[in-house]
Design a protein around this ligand. Structure first.
Ligand SMILES: [Zn+2]
Length: 323
């Protein structure tokens, strides 16, 4: 008997990533190509179809081996109807993408928010292996999150459980506007965008910082971490502020879901211990002792593959295989 393949698709505003996994969640093959979203939905679907079929060919499989397909979408997703309510980066509104892709592939397709799938990937096959109660952060351009209980995502009423980036963290006097329309969210402080904003503000205030010597138009969050590691006072304060905001949000999440482990993924998590150590200190400061006993905070392990591995896991759950 041939081995079943599960396809995971991560549909981003710029690129589509496709991964093929086996039943154990092992990534067998992956590829990536432009979404072509500016050319409309039809073109994006045509490309997604082409990428998945090419991935199966390149992996030496047959189309009939594909037993389930999952897709992650950067936006608000109704997982029951398979409709994307709004995905701004893709220009999609009320798009029944699960049905469209399912007709294109001739196979069942399930969809899910992309941060949720990254959380599921890490939970099942990455830093969360063997742990049943997890809260996962994706800290990149924004801050996404996902809650995984007993190997399943927690969705809540509208599928928005785990929107950790929009926990209100900042005090009123320091609350910056957030993409969600509110102010002072975690995302405005701890995302790469938030860290760069804080750095620009520090430079603008004339704080003596080595960051001021960089090309400000190209300033990135990783510059702030590098300068903090080199001992620049302003950079250290910004990293502490971002870490403090993450640790405070974890104390809030701990009071709601009582996870055993927090996983931090996304581009900003590449800072490693420079970020994680002050996050752990902040969590210890803000969380009640019983809520932090035996709880750890770790870096994600799957990197950019978390989304496609999680999406393939979603596809596997469609085929009736346990996830
Ligand atoms: Zn917000």
């Amino acid at each position: 008997m041939k081995k079943a393949l599960y396809a995971g698709i991560d549909i981003g505003g710029t690129n589509v990533k496709v991964g093929l996994c086996d039943a154990g969640g092992r990534l067998l093959h992956k590829l990536e190509g432009p979404t072509g979203g500016a050319e409309g939905l039809h073109e994006a679907v045509r490309r997604i179809d082409q990428y998945v079929r090419r991935a199966v060919d390149e992996a030496g499989g047959h189309w009939s081996d594909v037993a389930g397909i999952g897709a992650g979408i950067p936006g608000f997703v109704d997982i029951h109807s398979g409709v994307v309510a709004l995905a701004e980066n893709l220009g999609w509104e009320q798009v029944p993408i699960a049905r469209i892709l399912s007709e294109q592939f001739g196979k069942p397709v399930a969809i899910e928010n992309d941060a949720n799938l990254a959380a599921l990937g890490e939970a099942l096959h990455g830093a969360g292996r063997g742990v049943n109660h997890l809260v996962c952060y994706t800290v990149g351009t924004g801050v996404g999150g996902g809650i995984v209980e007993a190997r399943r995502l927690v969705h809540g009423f509208g599928g928005m459980a785990g929107e950790l980036g929009h926990l209100r963290i900042a005090a009123e006097a320091e609350a910056a506007p957030c993409n969600c329309g509110l102010r002072g969210c975690l995302e405005t402080i701890a995302s790469a965008t938030g860290i760069v904003r804080l750095a620009r503000e520090a430079i603008g205030r004339g704080e003596g910082t080595t960051l001021a010597g960089l090309d400000l138009a190209r300033l990135e969050a990783k510059d702030v971490f590098v300068h903090a590691e080199a001992g620049d006072g302003a950079a250290v304060r910004i990293v502490r502020k971002a870490a403090d905001a993450l640790g405070l949000s974890m104390a809030m999440a701990a009071a709601v879901t009582n996870p055993q482990r927090f996983i931090i993924g996304g581009g900003v998590s590449r800072a490693g211990e420079t970020l994680l150590t002050p996050v752990r200190e902040a969590f210890a400061r803000y969380a009640a002792e019983p809520l932090r006993r035996q709880v750890d905070i770790v870096q994600a392990q799957l990197g950019n593959d978390a989304g496609i591995i999680g999406a393939a896991g979603l596809g596997r759950s469609l085929s009736g295989m346990p996830s």
